[in-house]
Unconditional design. Structure first.
Length: 66
């Protein structure tokens, strides 16, 4: 998941992302950290980094093959 965090922060200012998570959880730090971990886990499980790199055409090929 470290690669997901690096990739996510590479797109935006890390301060902006952390503030977004904190605001979404009403400034409750433990909830914001859990939200961040859940987000990173979701990005990893669904292969968002690969999707962003290769685009939707790669997914269409996989669907046609199955």
């Amino acid at each position: 998941m470290g690669a997901e965090l690096f990739y996510l922060f590479g797109r935006e200012n890390p301060d902006v992302i952390v503030l977004r998570w904190l605001r979404a959880r009403k400034w409750h730090v433990p909830h914001a950290v859990q939200f961040m971990m859940d987000t990173l886990k979701w990005r990893h499980e669904w292969g968002l980094q690969r999707l962003m790199g290769k685009g939707e055409s790669d997914l269409i090929k996989e669907e046609c093959a199955s």
